[in-house]
Design a protein around this ligand. Structure first.
Ligand SMILES: [Cu+2]
Length: 396
């Protein structure tokens, strides 16, 4: 409601301003001798200087932005292929930046230098083959090199050899959480289908498949350092995107199909926390949090907990109201710690058995409820039959 009022006020203000300028114009009739629509030398000078000023603004703002926000870019990659991705990204940035600085400079400089003047006449020529060749061939060659390098990087990153020793993990996306399924001792994920979702089997794993028997379902992702992890993504509802910023990996999760991505983590969570840039970043965040906490405590609130770094799996497709909070903690362990963590987990088959066992005694101890439910069911069935009969009669 408030925003509607603000919009109405702004519109009315704009109308008032427009009317005022019209009145102002009317009061000026006959006052000025120069009411020509052709730009004078003075107009051209003013436009030329404004354009030059805009060029200065672009350059100064670019430098300011780099200095002020440059440190927000992702730092050291935590996966093997991350270096390749960063390299490609950096080359692209340097190229774009150089070309942008030169072409914008030339564009505005020429506009300023050749601004309109009553003694100056524009040179006319139909075309220049030499110029056309220069500005077509150079960008084509540069872009072709960049695309070839990109394809080389893509193939290197995306290709998983069938015989390669990898850890198979499924990432299951749904509004608004992630769940992971480990393939277990056989390292083969059992079949799954959303139609089989029931009770604790929230991923719809086909329990009649022998490969499903040792599958493990967890809500926190642990992966070992130095080992290739092959993720297979599924989505239950809408398009999501599995995004691991620190590992430079992202892949869409599409309902009805399985997508994949593989990478080798190169720093354990503990090691990454110790990197100098991360120590500095966390100290900075905690300094801000401490300052905020003082304010909160003054207002009678509770102080904020100090922040510790953790790798995250985020969703990078706007998939609904709580999209911003769709994340899962990722822990990179040493291979030994990873094995230990995984061995402590129960399999999905065990979870389903335990859930069934937990339900049984409840059924035994409540016979009264059981018979009451039966009576309700019978009444419901009778009501349905009567309804159907009435509907039939109505149709006739
Ligand atoms: Cu999502």
């Amino acid at each position: 409601m408030t925003s509607l009022l603000v919009i109405i006020v702004l519109v009315l203000l704009a109308v008032a301003l427009w009317q005022l300028t019209k009145i102002f114009d009317l009061t000026q009739v006959g006052a000025s001798s120069d009411d020509s629509q052709v730009a004078s030398d003075n107009d051209n000078n003013v436009q030329g200087y404004i354009m030059f000023g805009f060029l200065a603004f672009i350059y100064i703002f670019t430098i300011y932005g780099l200095l002020k926000w440059g440190n927000l870019a992702l730092h050291t990659p935590a996966s093997e292929h991350g270096l390749l991705v960063d390299n490609l990204m950096n080359i692209t940035w340097v190229l774009i930046f150089t070309v942008q600085v030169i072409t914008q400079g030339l564009l505005y400089w020429f506009s300023f230098k050749n601004r309109g003047h009553k003694d100056r006449k524009a040179l006319f020529f139909a075309d220049s083959n030499k110029l056309e060749a220069i500005w077509s061939i150079i960008p084509s060659v540069v872009l072709a090199c960049l695309i070839l390098y990109g394809l080389y990087a893509w193939n290197n990153i995306m290709f998983v050899d069938k015989d390669e020793d990898v850890i198979e993990i499924e990432l299951y996306a749904q509004q608004f959480k992630w769940t992971a399924r480990y393939a277990g001792a056989d390292n083969t994920l059992g079949k799954a289908n959303v139609r089989l979702i029931e009770g604790v089997n929230t991923l719809g794993v086909d329990m009649s498949d022998k490969n499903s028997q040792d599958d493990i379902v967890v809500s926190e992702l642990h992966i070992p350092k130095g080992k290739k992890v092959h993720f297979k993504m599924r989505s239950q509802d809408v398009l999501h995107s599995a995004y691991f910023p620190h590992f430079r990996a992202q892949m869409n999760c599409v309902p009805g199909m399985v997508t994949e991505f593989a990478f080798v983590p190169t720093y354990t969570t503990a090691e990454y926390r110790e990197l100098p840039f991360m120590v500095e970043k966390v100290a900075h965040i905690n300094k801000l949090r401490a300052e905020k906490s003082v304010e909160l405590v003054k207002k009678g609130g509770t102080a904020l907990d100090p922040y510790t770094f953790d790798y995250l799996l985020l969703c990078n497709k706007i998939c609904g109201a709580s999209h911003y909070n769709m994340q899962m903690k990722v822990v990179v362990d040493t291979p030994e710690d990873y094995k230990k963590w995984l061995s402590e987990k129960t399999t999905l088959a065990q979870d389903i058995k335990a859930a069934a066992a937990a339900e049984k005694p409840a059924e035994g101890t409540a016979p009264a409820t059981d018979s009451a439910t039966k009576v309700i069911d019978t009444v419901k069935a009778v009501v349905d039959t009567v309804k159907a009969a009435v509907a039939k009669v109505a149709m006739k």
